[in-house]
Design a protein. Structure first.
Length: 114
């Protein structure tokens, strides 16, 4: 099973990025999917998650109203649309599947700089 994140980059405050996570090797549509992030010197934290059908989502308070998680079960892909980015959003972003609790991808770096 694999999770491959992409879409990170450098962006100025107020900018936007769209992250993607391509999943393979397991029943994607049977798994709740989550996005986590880890900033330097900090613990990994959950950013957003989405249920099997994409109908129920949850967000960390710090990103509510700015980030949107979605999924395409036909493409085995989960997305994170990030708007109004702030320097505090700088981190490596990972996707995670509840069916694969010990599996993490390589992550994708998001850097928000002034």
């Amino acid at each position: 099973a694999h999770l491959v994140e992409s879409g990170g980059g450098l962006v100025q405050p107020g900018g936007s990025l769209r992250l993607s996570c391509a999943a393979s090797g397991f029943s994607f549509r049977s798994s709740i999917m989550s996005w986590y992030r880890q900033a330097p010197g900090k613990e990994r934290e959950m950013v957003a998650d989405i249920d099997f059908w994409g109908e129920t989502t949850n967000y960390a308070d710090s990103v509510k109203g700015r980030f949107t998680v979605s999924r395409d079960n036909a493409k085995n892909t989960v997305y994170l649309q990030m708007n109004s980015l702030k320097p505090d959003d700088t981190a490596v972003y990972y996707c995670h599947a509840t069916l694969l609790p010990r599996t993490w991808g390589q992550g994708t770096q998001v850097t928000v700089f002034s």
